[in-house]
Design a protein around this ligand. Structure first.
Ligand code: SR1
Ligand code: MG
Length: 406
């Protein structure tokens, strides 16, 4: 029967699970710590000190962790994560944690513990650079998005796979928190820095922006292009100096590819905006922002090249038309731009913010960084339909981040 675990009961659970002994000595001394820093779940690291091995247990609570039981959320989301992690592990081995088992009763996933990796959002606030970040995420995107699209699967195979990903509740979170509430004057879950009241009122009165945001929401809800991660921000990536992994695919569903690409790129731009304050030295700030833009470029370039290379091997002759392939990539690019912008705006005005900005204590300083992010996000959303190359996306961000383009 479902029950939430704690640092003691998770040890009993691991000791008694038949598959745990493949990963640590279940008869030895075990130690557990709860390390969940996300919005939704419990996360335990369980260590076996004698053999220096460990595993990770991620358990879904029946509510949104940061909101408490007043915001119920079916724990069945752990099943979506299990299925998505399996697919990602098959398509992009080495770029996600290795899945060990899924427990349907306790709604938990056991997986590889990334021992010395950190969620990259936090080191990036201190201007940490990860070598090949954009190349790695671009490769992850090309592998996972191509392999789960109609380009690689036949229609029956894809439809049968889609049955496992009607992720209604977590899609509803995205629809509400990303695409709807930030644009409403009176949505009760919205919150923002009071110093940007006027900026928020201004963007919430921008009818053109709202029309473009509605187009993006419609794409999100109706374009089942591929199995997407669904929440690919810099809090869903862990890394050390030589290894980068994508974690947390519980929001996975069949949606538009550009939502994943844009989520990551929008978060790089959010980081860039936050360095208005995190990097007070102008040279250091410019240099870190240049790094972020280069990683955004590497993400798109690697994704596009990997996708194009895979397109040489499409499953159906219908997809081999060069004109069609070009139009498809152009549409993913426009989506990428728009979703990047929408994902930026929701982190400033919506319910769930990001530490990059919220860690800036002085509200006037925070407002300076937030205004930069709002300008980038707003322009990306408004102009996404006109974006013709990734240079256009870079130019929009570079103009506000005061980095010379190119
Ligand atoms: C209530 S959950 C809020 C946010 O956390 C997740 O990381 C998703 O981005 C979601 O929108
Ligand atoms: Mg998450």
């Amino acid at each position: 029967m479902y029950r939430p675990l704690d640092v003691d009961t998770v040890i009993d659970y691991v000791r008694s699970h038949p598959r745990a002994k493949d990963h640590l000595d279940t008869t030895g001394e075990l130690e557990a710590v709860e390390v969940g820093d996300g919005n939704l779940n419990l996360v335990f690291k369980v260590f076996d000190r004698s053999s220096n091995r460990s595993l990770l247990i991620k358990q879904a609570l029946p509510y949104v962790r940061v909101a408490g039981p007043s915001w119920p959320m079916p724990a069945e989301r752990a099943g979506f994560e299990a299925r998505a992690l399996d697919v990602e592990h098959r398509c992009a081995p080495g770029l996600v944690p290795e899945p060990y088992w899924f427990d349907e009763q306790l709604m938990l996933n056991a997986m590889e513990n990334l021992v010395d990796h950190r969620v990259i959002r936090f080191p990036m606030m201190e201007a940490k650079r990860y070598r090949d970040l954009g190349v790695t995420i671009g490769d992850f995107l090309a592998r996972t998005l191509y392999a789960t699209s109609d380009f690689a699967l036949d229609a029956a195979e894809k439809r049968s796979m889609m049955r496992g990903f009607f992720n209604v509740e977590l899609c509803r979170i995205t629809e509400d928190l990303v695409f709807t509430e930030p644009y409403l004057r009176d949505a009760p879950r919205n919150r923002w820095n009071p110093r940007i009241d006027a900026d928020v009122a201004d963007f919430q009165a921008d009818e053109e922006l709202k029309a473009e945001a509605a187009k993006l929401k419609y794409r999100f809800m109706t374009s089942a292009e591929a199995l997407i991660h669904g929440d690919l921000h810099t809090g869903s990536i862990m890394a050390n100096d030589h290894d980068i992994r994508v974690i947390d695919p519980e929001f996975a569903f069949f949606g538009p590819m550009g939502f994943d690409v844009g989520a990551f790129i929008g978060n790089l731009f959010l980081s860039g905006a936050s360095h208005e304050i995190h990097s007070p030295d102008p040279d250091a700030r410019r240099s870190y922002r240049r790094y972020l833009l280069d990683e955004a470029i590497a993400t798109w370039t690697t994704f596009e090249a990997g996708f194009r290379q895979r397109l040489t091997d499409v499953s159906s002759p219908s997809w081999s038309s060069v004109g069609f392939q070009e139009a498809f990539i152009a549409s993913v690019l426009r989506d990428t731009a728009g979703f990047a912008g929408a994902k930026m705006l929701r982190r400033i005005v919506g319910f769930a913010h990001v530490a990059d900005l919220d860690s800036i204590e002085d509200l006037d300083d925070r407002a300076r960084a937030e205004r930069i992010a709002i300008r980038i996000g707003r322009t990306l959303v408004r102009q996404h339909g006109k974006v013709g190359s990734f240079d256009d996306v870079v130019a929009i961000a570079a103009a506000q981040l005061e980095v010379r383009d190119g």
